[in-house]
Design a protein around this ligand. Structure first.
Ligand SMILES: [Zn+2]
Length: 260
């Protein structure tokens, strides 16, 4: 897909909105990662329309489901590991480093924001992080590599060494409660920003999708870059459909070709 055909007018408008803003908060979804080669699980034709996701309840109830969940995690982590942050990830890290953005809220679990240079404490991961694991009971952290070795050696889903609870990758599964701290931080960022920049989210998954709406209601401007139209396009200052990286390359030409 080409960048925006009506091009310069809209790009100029995007530049103006960004340059006029001092507290930019980005809200990112799968569309920013697909441009790094990561499949979008939830989209039509995505992995979850072909392979049924393992719900939190199934994970808790069945050893077979736990082992299958781990197999998928290790496989996906190799996909994440091979992917590279793109210019959109770099642009957001750049805005934070410049002091023009207090943070980024993401629905993604792939770790690409931090690999793109974003300070981890500035990132709110609403759906968790697939590159980490923790005990569901006591929240002790575990390294994924060590878990993979344990499963290979023992053939069983691993239990916590401290409390015996189930260890699970640190993502929010279907049917699992949204993390309270992250939700609170996301809404705080939404309320304090003067511009909310939605990148690659169709704003369909609740409650996460209400974050941009909270920003809008608190007086922030709203800019949406996504492949498809979203339900909030009509209340946004600017909504562009197309490739995110190609668009942001026009705004941040100094970041083109930078890789971490
Ligand atoms: Zn534990």
């Amino acid at each position: 897909m080409a960048a925006f055909e009506s091009g310069n007018g809209e790009l100029g408008e995007l530049r103006r909105l960004l340059s006029e803003s001092q507290r930019i908060v980005a809200f990112t979804g799968a569309g920013i990662s697909t441009e790094s080669g990561i499949p979008d699980f939830r989209s039509p034709g995505g992995i979850w329309s072909r392979i049924k996701p393992i719900t939190f309840q199934e994970f808790m109830a069945s050893e077979e489901a736990r082992l299958e969940d781990w197999r998928r995690r290790f496989e996906m982590n190799r996909v994440y590991g091979d992917a590279r942050p793109n210019i959109a990830h770099l642009a957001l890290a750049h805005l934070v480093a410049e002091g023009r953005s207090p943070g980024v809220v993401t629905q993604n679990i792939d770790g690409l924001h931090v690999r793109g240079g974003l300070a981890p404490e500035r990132l709110v991961e609403l759906h968790g992080n697939a590159t980490r694991a923790h005990c569901l009971a006591c929240r002790r952290h575990y390294e994924l590599d060590a878990i993979e070795d344990r499963i290979a050696a023992e053939g069983r889903a691993p239990r916590c060494e401290d409390c015996g609870g189930f260890i699970k990758s640190a993502i929010v599964s279907f049917g699992e409660q949204m993390p309270e701290d992250e939700m609170r931080r996301a809404f705080e960022l939404a309320e304090e920003c003067d511009l909310m920049l939605v990148l690659g989210s169709s704003l369909q998954v609740q409650p996460a999708a209400s974050v941009p709406l909270v920003a809008k209601r608190a007086g922030a401007r709203l800019v949406i870059l996504n492949r498809e139209a979203t339900p909030l396009d009509e209340v946004s200052e600017l909504a562009l459909q197309g490739e995110i990286g190609a668009t942001l390359a026009g705004v941040f030409p100094q970041l083109i070709g930078e890789h971490h």
